[in-house]
Design a protein around this ligand. Sequence first.
Ligand SMILES: Cc1cc2nc3c(=O)[nH]c(=O)nc-3n(C[C@H](O)[C@H](O)[C@H](O)COP(=O)(O)O)c2cc1C
Length: 376
Amino acid sequence: MNKTGKKLKLGAVLDGLGWNHMAWQHPAMPSDASENLDFYIKQAQLAESAKFDTLFLVDVSHVGPGNIPHYLSMFEGVSIMSALSMVTKNIGLSATIASSYGDPYSAARQILSLDKISKGRASLNAITSNPGGMVNFSRGHLTKRDQYPMNKEFIEIVLGLWDTYEDDAFIRDKERGIFLNHHKMHHVNYRGDYFSVEGPLNISRSVQGRPVLYTAGTSENFMEIATSYTDGVFTHGIDWEDTSALAHRIKQKLIAKQRRPEDFIISISQNPIVGETEKNAIDKYIELMQLSPRNSLPRPQFFGSAEIVADQVQKWHEAGAMDMLLIRQDHPQGLRDFIDLVVPILQDRGIFRTEYEADTLRGNLEIPNPPFRKIN
Ligand SMILES: Cc1cc2nc3c(=O)[nH]c(=O)nc-3n(C[C@H](O)[C@H](O)[C@H](O)COP(=O)(O)O)c2cc1C
């Protein structure tokens, strides 16, 4: 348990070949992992078998030949999450869409559809992204300065559209011939500097109130928007001091806005290298280093024997530096090693669940279903 009395949350970043240049060459990694449906299904079911809270996808909007192999040949997020929703039952499904490039009406519709298809397990990570992608989305006239004002408008519209219908708007009474109580359908009527959306959206409200909403970043602008609108964040886990300080600032801002930090999920990602023993972990690290350009590979934050990594995870969680740990797949056995070696220790210590508590993502994250909110 951390200071808020909540157990640790775990997510799996399904990023195919991982965030590196070398893993595709590893003998145990399918070299097409980032667009290999069978690989994604295997990893998703592995994470669900370990009772992870969510699958998580990052995204990229502009690539060039020097990018990491994963970015060069990857699935679009909502499409792959829709496929994975059919082969999983409890685990959450989070896709990333950049507010600088995406369209809020389409994003709201896609994610709420995913939420319906998965019976209440969807979430959206609505990020600004880096400005390089503007050239791909007919927004070359905009600059970096536009990104946060756009992000704010995008998020306000998405949230408004997700509350198009009140929970009991659809009557669907065949005998009386009444499909909808049209008084319970609402327009968003949003006129912004970047987006103008009238609504309504044509899909009923989520069983979890609204899909879970995250954003990602590190700056003050990011924190301001996150603490005003989202259910959680994805932020850097560079080191213990930096992450703790950032988490502390976010919680202070939440409290200043009369929000409860325990209803908010601070997530970071790590790529642990874990072995049965310390020596075993060092051997795995050396093997990866030998595949890396110039034989250079930063040592991960969470590194060593299973007990040591469990201690590190426990320390970060209990001190409030993270509510959710997202495990990346930076090497082929990374997710499986963490699940086989570290998760049982976290479960024995009572830090992580042994069974899902709920059917919806909000239920498992222990964050409340937001009540319907009428905008107009
Ligand atoms: C943890 C984290 C995850 C991010 N994920 C993505 C991503 O999936 N795709 C993307 O284009 N940008 C991503 N970004 C970049 C942000 O959208 C943003 O451009 C960057 O953090 C700079 O903004 P900031 O200074 O406000 O944090 C991420 C940033 C952070 C910190």
